[in-house]
Ligand binder design. Sequence first.
Ligand SMILES: Nc1ncnc2c1ncn2[C@@H]1O[C@H](COP(=O)(O)OP(=O)(O)OP(=O)(O)O)[C@@H](O)[C@H]1O
Ligand SMILES: [Mg+2]
Length: 224
Amino acid sequence: MSDTFENEIPHLYFEDVSFSYHEKKKNLIFKCSFSIKKPGLWMIVGKNGSGKSTLLKLINGIIKPINGEVHCKANIGMVFQNPDHQILMPNCRSELLININQNISEYEISKKIEYVLDKVGLTGFEKRPIHTLSGGQKQRLTIACTLISNRNFILLDEPTALLDQTSQVKVLKTIKNLTSDLKKPLSALWITHRYEELTYADAVAELKNGFLSDWQDPSKFQYN
Ligand SMILES: Nc1ncnc2c1ncn2[C@@H]1O[C@H](COP(=O)(O)OP(=O)(O)OP(=O)(O)O)[C@@H](O)[C@H]1O
Ligand SMILES: [Mg+2]
């Protein structure tokens, strides 16, 4: 995969998007319009079954809208709730290696691995076997994997749901730092239903009855 989008600002735009898993059933997502045009930590809240994961699948193209349009100009990476579902290799280095999609020298590879591990607070973890990592460390490794593959827009589907509070905060801060990096800020769309996480967001929206609300300032956001 190329670095086509590496130096571009990612851009996501939903225009009147509707979606249903069953043709005859009411739409799960209904005439949903929103955009994300600048880097930052964008959070979406919603009750169980409200369609949050479905929305992410529409963004990364796993499913297509029945009506409306999804415009996405970004190099998208995914971080799932359970890192064990996405980590494939026996140690941190090999996991990062399979995510490098460029033809670069051994020296550049080592530099990149060092750089991304540092970015997620895992300096010195290169040789660590995966089974020795805590849940939060595994989750931060999955974030490092998206960075090493040059993703500029990360979708995180309840990435802290399985973590204790200490790890939860570490993962939140990791993403917050990456999205507020002065040189190369990342765009991140974070799904949660943990109210306390919203304080880290630059903007919050609620998915309810198929609609996504306008983006709101987290300090003014009311979760019904
Ligand atoms: N592949 C599928 N086929 C049929 N129905 C599905 C499929 N995937 C999800 N659904 C249904 O769509 C609805 C929304 O699911 P989705 O996973 O998007 O919700 P969610 O907001 O992410 O929920 P949670 O908070 O539990 O993760 C649910 O009723 C679910 O059962
Ligand atoms: Mg979900």
